[in-house]
Design a protein around this ligand. Sequence first.
Ligand code: ZN
Length: 144
Amino acid sequence: MNQNFNQLQGRFPQLGCWVFLLISFWVVGAIGITGIIKSIFALVLFLLLAPVLGFWALQFWVKRNLVEGSCPVCNQPLTGLKKMKIPCPSCGTEVMATEDGFERVSADGVIDVQVVDTQTSVVDVSDTATTIDVEVQRLPEAEV
Ligand SMILES: [Zn+2]
């Protein structure tokens, strides 16, 4: 079939062009000139609406992924995108935005401890300053 067509094209080099014209006329006849105008109009409408729809989609995405919270170290109000690490503009601590707020990102080998239960006691700070001695040791880096 295809070979026959090639043979025909070999005999009549202009046939491809005529076939194209014939198909074009057939398409115009089938869907009509108004149909073509309508489809062009639809295309223009789509091109005009695409940026608006894109903007809506972006806004929707931002709303779903935007996290508002505060720095766990200094309580500075922060805004960031989910799973994005940002340094706190106030204290410089690297924090990561999660589903329910911001979490401190700790470096490898550092265990972040959160105080869960503390007993509040009335300490008279007027005459003696309370000092808590904390020993900090840097662990040797693990061999890779
Ligand atoms: Zn901070």
